[in-house]
Design a protein around this ligand. Structure first.
Ligand SMILES: [Fe+2]
Length: 336
């Protein structure tokens, strides 16, 4: 009866711990969660390891971002667009945080930056649950996390143009703090170009040792450049780069100019990222549709904040394999 209260309390406490502790301890807690997950789950629930010549696990581990290339064909992208056009849109980045009033895409665009769809509509969309469970993607995700993943958030959202101010914490450089270790697959359903709706990621910023290296190099360069005029040296609060801060644009501009990945993509392609690493979206010039699938270690607070309730058992029968492993991975999306 109070099982859900226990789960909610633990997820709140774990989030408080993550935000309150020193960021250097984060990987240690992540590994404790990974080890316990592996002890509790049978070995039969592990995904096969990625192929030895697959570069994506290496890219995700070291850069924090791996390109998946095209995952949906053009006609499949059109089918997904047609489906979402037939569904009610909600005027928020995540439908669970909206005023609950169903609107058209155009009505949402008039009201602000974002429009989004309910979890049920995202999960019932053509091709999407299958993509979230594609064997090579689950294998990549598990190799990154270190244990069978938990799919804790899915979303499909429009970003609208004609907004002259970036939305802090989404369209400014920031970190996500969903879990102690997690990654997000972004599926782009409209074309992204450098001039229109690009996504930005700063490689290596998901790892403390990489941040240390960049910071040390920059500081040494600045000391040379501003020798005798220390007051002119850019002031960057290193610890502040690991804080929950909605706008890290200014320190990022000092530290990472020339080192920022501009993610451009054809509609139907995807990337997978550790969004603890510094990232942001952009105000697009035309309506931009993106889907995300987020994989982590446990039922975290983001799952509650996004108001995700699992669909009834069997709701995706025939679309997701009926194995114990898939039931575990998808348990927050569909009752197992
Ligand atoms: Fe984010």
């Amino acid at each position: 009866m109070f099982g859900e209260l226990d789960a909610l309390r633990l997820s709140k406490v774990l989030t408080d711990i993550q935000l309150g502790m020193h960021y250097r301890a984060r990987p240690t807690v992540a590994q404790l969660l990974v080890d316990q997950t592996n002890r509790l789950l049978p070995d039969t629930m592990r995904s096969p390891a990625p192929g030895a010549y697959d570069t994506k696990p290496h890219m995700l581990r070291n850069r924090g971002i791996a390109q998946l290339g095209r995952v949906l064909e053009r006609d499949q992208v059109e089918a997904v667009h047609a489906y979402f056009r037939s569904r009610p849109c909600f005027a928020a980045h995540v439908a669970g945080k909206s005023d609950g009033t169903p609107r058209t895409i155009e009505q949402c665009a008039e009201r602000g930056h974002y429009g989004s769809y309910t979890i049920a509509d995202v999960l019932n969309a053509p091709f999407l649950p299958e993509l979230a469970n594609r064997e090579d993607i689950l294998s990549l995700v598990e190799s990154y996390l270190g244990c069978p993943p938990t799919l804790y958030s899915v979303n499909a959202f429009w970003s609208f143009p004609a907004q002259n101010r970036p939305w802090p914490g989404i369209q400014t450089f920031h970190r996500d703090f969903d879990d102690f270790r997690f990654c997000t697959m972004f599926l782009f359903l409209t074309d992204l170009t450098p001039e229109n709706g690009a996504h930005y990621y700063i490689p290596g910023t998901h790892r403390i040792e990489m941040m240390n290296k960049v910071f040390a190099e920059k500081t040494a360069a600045w000391q040379q450049q501003f020798a005798g005029q220390p007051e002119k040296m850019p002031k960057v609060d290193f610890d502040g780069l690991f804080a929950e801060n909605a706008d890290l644009n200014e320190p990022c501009a000092h530290l990472f100019t020339g080192a920022i990945d501009t993610v451009t993509a054809e509609a139907g392609s995807a990337v997978i990222e550790d969004t603890y690493g510094l990232h942001k979206g952009d105000i697009p010039k035309s309506n931009r549709l993106v889907v995300w699938f987020r994989y982590g270690l446990y039922k975290n607070l983001t799952n509650y904040r996004d108001s995700i309730m699992p669909l009834p058992r069997g709701a995706l029968a025939g679309r997701i394999p009926e194995t114990l492993r898939h039931k575990y991975i998808n348990r927050l999306m569909v009752e197992p």
